[in-house]
Design a protein around this ligand. Structure first.
Ligand code: FMN
Ligand code: ATP
Length: 152
């Protein structure tokens, strides 16, 4: 079964791994996991400026164990084009992802796309369980008396 997962994946943390692993599990024994990485423009419109650019975010996602294939999405706001290309059986939406799953399911049905939209409920709680928390921690850190000699 083909499972499609989506997200920004800006600064990676264990929550991203949990989401990708849980997504793949839904596809059963012969599951293939396809990941759509959000474009810089989309991220800027929907939440904030990404720290890591889209090409580098894609490169890292492709290296992760559960991931079989990964693509950058479209920049034009048409989220269904990439679904038409991948033709997934399942599309997963993460625990804290801001997508209305009923609305998304209706849009897919109206286009005769057969993917089933499933919310991944599992959320990994830890000190730095979102990219925003990592960014905020860096912003707050006083590096003045820290040895930074080996950081170029
Ligand atoms: C079915 C589906 C298709 C998507 N297709 C694209 C796309 O083509 N291009 C893109 O930039 N983002 C796409 N996204 C959105 C992003 O992957 C991401 O969800 C959005 O930028 C919000 O960021 P976040 O999920 O990391 O919070 C898609 C999301 C879904 C659920
Ligand atoms: N701690 C977490 N546990 C489980 N899933 C998570 C966790 N954090 C993010 N995800 C999921 O991973 C996918 C990609 O998330 P995203 O790149 O938006 O990460 P984020 O850390 O939430 O980013 P930001 O802090 O910038 O909003 C989404 O489906 C999201 O729901």
């Amino acid at each position: 079964m083909k499972v499609m997962a989506t997200g920004t994946f800006d600064i990676l943390h264990p929550g991203h791994g949990v989401y990708l692993e849980e997504s793949k599990k839904l596809g059963g024994k012969n599951a293939k996991l396809y990941v759509v990485v959000a474009r810089d423009l989309t991220v800027e419109k929907r939440k904030r400026v990404p720290i890591i650019g889209e090409k580098q975010r894609l490169e890292v996602i492709k290296m992760l164990k559960p991931v079989d294939e990964a693509y950058l999405g479209n920049e034009n706001g048409n989220f269904l084009e990439i679904v038409e290309k991948i033709k997934p059986d399942i599309i997963t939406v993460g625990a804290d992802q801001n997508h209305d799953i009923n609305k998304l399911q209706n849009m897919l049905n109206n286009k005769n796309l057969n993917a089933k939209v499933v919310r991944i409920e599992k959320y990994r709680n830890c000190e730095l369980d979102s990219s925003c928390k990592i960014i905020k921690k860096i912003q707050k850190t006083d590096f003045t008396d820290k040895i930074m000699d080996n950081c170029d």
